[in-house]
Design a binder for this molecule. Structure first.
Ligand code: FES
Length: 105
């Protein structure tokens, strides 16, 4: 059974934005896409750019450093299959947003 940890308050991250949070010993990028939350590893697999600081259009985040793009719902890169980011399940319980300690398999 996955373990979830609270990382933010519901309402703290406006729709269309993201925040870097700590989950266990990892940094995670937590996105609000139209009111639904998604979590990915926080650093871009290209050269480590901060994905939570990227621009967001729909469910696609564009890395602020060299513009690699990822779908935050799946972790898939939009330019090809040679890179991806790990994704983590997210739950909202009462007023808290919780993220799974382990990535989705
Ligand atoms: S570090 Fe993200 S595209 Fe280069």
């Amino acid at each position: 059974m996955p373990v979830f940890v609270p990382v933010a308050s519901n309402g703290e991250i406006p729709a269309g934005s993201a925040k870097t949070v700590i989950v266990g010993d990892r940094e995670i990028a937590l996105f609000n896409i139209g009111g639904a939350y998604y979590a990915t590893e926080s650093t871009c697999p290209h050269q480590g750019g901060p994905l939570a600081e990227g621009s967001i259009e729909g469910s696609i985040v564009t890395c602020p450093w060299h513009a690699w793009c990822f779908d935050v719902r799946t972790g898939k890169m939009t330019l090809g299959e040679f890179a991806y980011v790990e994704v983590f399940d997210v739950e909202v319980r009462d007023s808290a947003i919780l993220v799974s300690l382990e990535p989705r398999p």
